[in-house]
Design a binder for this molecule. Structure first.
Ligand code: NAD
Length: 256
């Protein structure tokens, strides 16, 4: 109750679900998102009971946006309990010609911004403060043409244990690696029926993930009962990355 939870990319997808779940438990939410319309909408929802929340319209690749966002939070709430580094995008990779600036942009959003926000809030975390970074199963495996995103995810995974060591005794730092999460499930509960049986069955739990699967793991990591967990990554992928497939298994055929 009355905790302050900072969520990057909190106006859409997984970040929106994380913002709503923390709000349900009485936290004050501070969101930065580049989507102004979605941000204003979620701010209206979060403050409809009169509670204080922040929506800052900005792009986290920009240092000045991060500084102004942190400034506004510290002026309003004085300290921070949870920092959820969630926002990321992909600019694809080497096969489709992802160039210097496109590549660096993804690294700024996916790695530099999480580092900078951790630095800006470093001296303002409360006693049970936590950072949770949203990585991806793509930090450890790849599809072709995904270098920008995959490098960012490898970066945020390594950033997680580095920060956990540097902030030892002050802030616990962990990451969550989602697998395939259908963000439409935030709005459409019939999501479950929209996927083919093949798509469902390649997950050991026989379904595609929903944002709530990730939000719940983030909340678990932030809970004081998880106080012995730091520097860790939890994969939340329905077991997809544990399924080893050989040519001929389950009718699967290698055609290349
Ligand atoms: P999404 O695109 O649905 O939502 C991302 C939100 O972040 C949007 O509101 C967007 O406006 C905002 N955002 C993006 N770039 C921004 C920037 N530069 N500055 C400010 N706001 C920005 O994405 P999602 O699927 O919810 O993904 C959230 C996190 O989960 C990402 O780190 C993503 O890599 C990770 N992830 C998602 C999946 C999945 O299947 N959805 C799988 C693995 C990891």
């Amino acid at each position: 109750n009355n905790r302050v939870c900072v969520v990057t990319g909190g106006a859409g997808g997984i970040g929106l679900c994380i913002s709503r779940e923390f709000k349900k438990r009485g936290a004050k939410i501070a969101i930065i998102d580049k989507d102004k319309i979605a941000g204003e909408k979620i701010l209206e929802e979060l403050t409809s009971d009169g509670s204080e929340c922040i929506f800052f319209h900005g792009d986290i690749s920009e240092k000045s946006a991060l500084e102004s966002f942190a400034d506004e939070i510290l002026k309003t709430f004085r300290n921070v309990d949870y920092l959820i580094n969630n926002a990321c995008i992909s600019n694809k990779g080497i096969l489709s010609g992802c160039d210097y600036d496109d590549f660096n942009y993804v690294l700024k959003v996916g790695v530099t911004a999480p580092y900078m926000l951790s630095k800006l809030f470093r001296d303002y975390f409360s006693k049970d403060g936590c950072i949770v970074n949203i990585s991806s199963t793509r930090a450890v495996m790849s599809q072709a043409d995904t270098e920008s995103y995959t490098a960012a995810k490898g970066g945020i995974s390594a950033l997680t244990h580095a920060l956990a060591v540097s902030l030892a005794g002050k802030v616990r730092v962990n990451s969550v690696s989602p697998g395939w999460i259908d963000v439409k499930a935030n709005f459409d509960e019939s999501y479950y029926n929209n996927h083919s049986s093949e798509d469902k069955n390649q997950h050991l739990v026989k379904r595609i993930g929903i944002p709530f699967d990730i939000a719940r793991t983030v909340m678990f990591l932030c809970h004081p009962d998880s106080g012995f967990i730091t520097g860790q990554n939890i994969t939340v992928d329905g077991g997809m990355t544990k399924l080893m497939i050989y040519n001929g298994d389950d009718g699967w055929e290698y055609k290349n």
